[in-house]
Ligand binder design. Structure first.
Ligand SMILES: *Cc1c(COP(=O)(O)O)cnc(C)c1O
Length: 392
């Protein structure tokens, strides 16, 4: 199989000498696709394996276009900034967000922690975040161990999203010897699939920047792509409200690995220290950046997230029509069922779901996540499953 790829790449290289650059690229693309299609059992062409898996959007499988991007990527050193593909990807994503610089990291958690550390000086200091946030609950207490920071956990008074009033109530602005002043406001969008309204983000950002010293605005945008696909705002508009942004390439976009941190050139210079310290300075980062860019272009700009939202909304409407209850409205790709209020036990629900060929439940009970690889067939099965358990 190696020989096949090699000979076909060679073929296309020979052919391309005689044609224009565009034709060469098209030829090469076709040649690579042909070669890949001849490899039996290639995991990269098996995205249908997760077509009925509603547990999370991180189950998405990297796809063929991402493997093609890896085959044609550059192989410079990403740690020292010498990889062409990585530099181009970082410039591309920084440009989309209207910032100067960006830095590829290996995971969303590393991206958030790199950003917190780059934004903070010496303790005492605190980070304000929604009490449900990833930074608070799922990052091994990083802010405390890595930055010596206190987490201030804010509870949204409206039960949905943090408002400027909430942020004001939970911020520590005084600097007496008793205080651990708020130096970062870390917002998450989407949070559990819900959208933080753009006007609220603008209001919080304006207020934070008017403080002395200004409070750093960080966005945990692991699932920001979903809010953008839902039409909440553009990446550039939301980019203007934050001093640092972390975007995941692996969740809904389905790239094999990687996240990116975005900010000013001075901020990214500091972020590189943290990335190095955390062991995240890696060599051939073209293998991260190539498929990450393919994921943005193919999945996000290809409108595939939006299509998954349409399925999620249709499923939650059917659930409610049948008398089922939800814990929260379906705004993007997540449906939060309220099984108890719907008169169902989790045991019964999950046993039945399996019978209908639906995978769900072992990460978060009552949550169904619609990623772009959920098939029409799985959606139909889900609808039949809903009808069966709610009318039975
Ligand atoms: C998944 C996630 C992260 C962390 O990403 P990893 O790549 O799993 O480390 C951070 N924030 C949010 C909101 C997430 O959903």
């Amino acid at each position: 199989m190696e020989a096949t790829i090699t000979s076909i790449l060679q073929d296309s290289a020979n052919k391309s000498l005689a044609s224009t650059k565009l034709h060469a690229e098209l030829d090469q693309g076709t040649a690579i696709r042909d070669a890949l299609s001849r490899i039996p059992n290639l995991a990269w062409s098996h995205s249908n394996e997760v077509s009925n898996d509603f547990r999370s959007d991180y189950v998405t499988k990297p796809s063929l276009c991402m493997l093609e991007a890896i085959i044609t990527t550059s192989l410079g050193d990403g740690d020292t900034g010498e990889d062409v593909e990585t530099n181009s990807f970082q410039d591309y994503i920084a440009g989309l967000a209207g910032h100067e610089s960006a830095l590829v990291v290996v995971s969303g958690t590393m991206g958030n922690q790199v950003a917190l550390r780059a934004a903070l000086g010496a303790p005492p200091h605190s980070v304000l975040a929604d009490y449900r946030g990833h930074i608070v609950n799922y990052e091994a207490g990083g802010a405390a161990s890595v930055c010596g920071a206190t987490m201030r956990m804010a509870v949204p008074s409206n039960g949905h999203h943090l408002t400027l009033d909430d942020v004001k109530r939970y911020s520590v602005l005084s600097e007496t010897m008793y205080d651990s002043p708020t130096r970062i406001i870390s917002l998450e969008n989407t949070l559990n699939g819900t959208i933080l309204p753009f006007e609220e983000i603008q209001a919080i950002s304006e207020w934070a920047r008017a403080q002395t010293p200004p409070i750093h605005m960080h966005l945990d945008g692991a699932r920001l792509w979903e809010a953008l696909a839902a039409g909440s705002c553009t990446l550039r508009e939301i980019g203007a409200c934050f001093d640092s942004i972390q975007l995941c390439m692996t969740k809904g976009l389905g790239a094999p690995l990687g996240s990116v941190v975005i900010g000013s050139a001075a901020f990214i210079k500091r972020a590189k220290w943290s990335r190095k310290l955390f062991g995240g300075g890696t060599r051939s980062t073209g293998v991260i950046s190539g498929p990450a860019r393919a994921a943005i272009e193919n999945v996000f700009f290809g409108g595939k997230l939006k299509a998954a939202h349409v399925k999620a909304k249709a499923a939650s409407e059917l659930w409610q029509q049948l008398g089922g209850k939800l814990q929260s409205p379906t705004e993007t790709n997540m449906v939060w069922l309220d099984l108890e209020a719907s008169g169902l036990t989790p045991d019964y629900f999950f046993t039945k779901a399996r019978e209908f060929g639906i995978k769900s439940g072992d990460l978060f009970l009552q949550r169904l996540v619609f990623h772009y690889q959920i098939s029409d067939d799985a959606f139909t099965k889900l609808c039949n499953f809903f009808r069966s358990i709610l009318s039975g």
